[in-house]
Design a protein around this ligand. Structure first.
Ligand SMILES: Cc1cc2nc3c(=O)[nH]c(=O)nc-3n(C[C@H](O)[C@H](O)[C@H](O)COP(=O)(O)OP(=O)(O)OC[C@H]3O[C@@H](n4cnc5c(N)ncnc54)[C@H](O)[C@@H]3O)c2cc1C
Length: 321
């Protein structure tokens, strides 16, 4: 059995999990075994039909009074217990904050190796994996041992694709034995960031701003364009370090990795640490005063000019149509 850990927040699926299930299904086919999933918390039950659509034949639904909200060690311990009873060949997690954190705890508790940011797997006694290193600028070939094999799947390494042939997933409910220590880290309160709207990872259009935007107020025109295109606004590390945007908006190696249909990079030079976070975009439009900027040379389209003149012109054209 290949077991996939499904990342969700109180029942709201992180769709990177579907990419992980797509790779898990291919692996299960190659290994002539089934694809199973582990869902933590009763709030996630509505996700079951979606898991069936991705080829999950069996789902382990972990139930516990204190597991409605995220608690990394408790989630990991629940998976460790499940591994003990279900004996999967491999456990896969999506390349999300929770996916990385939970599987790292699982690996530590079982004293097993973990291959992070995997993009391709060839099964065998040892798995041959390709994984992203150095923020995605290098690909590494590696062998992975362990029973079970533990892997996180790099976000946007492959497209999520539904499978066929599974109409319903069989559900096994499990109540793990957890103690106070497993809840040392847990969610105790939630404070809204004040940004309701579409998240950077889900947006089909992202408008990003860098040093060239010039000020926090300069982002108003980016916000206006993003609203018109039903998209989200992000920024470079310079924009977040200068306090023009919250850290949650940072795109890049130490920020969020995005994969929209269109990324409009405004006043961003395209340093490698930024590029690795946006190279998953299907199309990139760079707006920059410097025709030699790496973002301009790598983008599909570029407008050479001052973003504070170019963006209002684009907005005016969209408003005409
Ligand atoms: C370990 C590490 C991790 C990092 N992680 C990240 C990360 O996650 N994300 C990230 O973004 N960076 C990251 N960085 C920083 C990265 O190296 C760059 O410094 C940063 O991305 C540059 O931001 P920028 O493009 O906004 O600024 P700059 O490099 O200063 O570029 C500004 C651009 O704006 C253009 N410009 C200026 N005025 C205008 C105008 N009026 N109209 C149009 N264009 C204009 C300029 O021509 C220039 O190309 C990291 C660095 C390190 C060392």
């Amino acid at each position: 059995m290949i077991l996939g850990f499904i990342d969700h927040d109180r029942g709201k699926l992180d769709e990177i999990s579907l990419e992980m299930l797509t790779l898990g299904r291919q692996l299960a086919q190659e290994e002539s075994t089934e694809l199973a999933a582990v869902l933590i918390g009763e709030a996630a039950r509505p996700l079951l039909p979606q898991l069936a659509a991705y080829g999950v034949t069996t789902t382990y639904l972990i139930q516990h009074d204190n597991l409605d909200d995220y608690a990394p060690e408790a989630w990991a311990q629940s998976i460790v217990e499940l591994i003990g009873t279900a004996s999967p060949q491999a456990v896969l997690a999506p390349g999300t904050d929770r996916g990385y954190e939970v599987l790292a705890h699982v690996a530590a508790r079982l004293d097993l190796p973990l291959a992070a940011n995997v993009t391709a797997v060839t099964p065998g006694d040892e798995y041959q994996v390709i994984r992203l290193r150095w923020g995605g600028s290098l690909l590494e070939e590696a062998s992975l041992k362990g029973k079970p094999k533990l892997l996180t799947i790099a976000p946007h390494a492959l497209a999520a694709e539904e499978g066929s042939g599974v109409s319903e997933t069989a559900v096994h409910t499990i109540t793990p034995t957890l103690n106070d220590k497993d809840f040392r880290v847990r969610v105790t309160n939630r404070v809204s960031s004040g940004q309701d709207g579409i998240s950077l990872t889900e947006a089909r259009v992202v408008v990003g701003g860098g040093r060239g935007v010039g000020s926090p107020e300069g982002f108003a025109v980016l916000e206006e364009l993003a609203t018109l295109l039903h998209g989200a606004v992000g920024g470079s590390r310079v924009a977040t370090n200068l306090g023009w945007r919250p850290h949650a908006d940072q795109i890049g190696q130490t920020g969020t990795r995005i994969a929209p249909d269109l990324y409009i990079a405004c006043g961003i030079s395209g340093a490698i640490q930024h590029w690795v976070g946006c190279k998953g975009a299907k199309r990139i439009l760079a707006i920059n005063t410097d025709a030699e900027a790496p973002m301009v040379t790598k983008a599909n389209y570029a407008v050479i000019g001052d973003l504070h003149e170019v963006l209002p012109a684009i907005i005016a054209e969209i408003q005409k149509s």
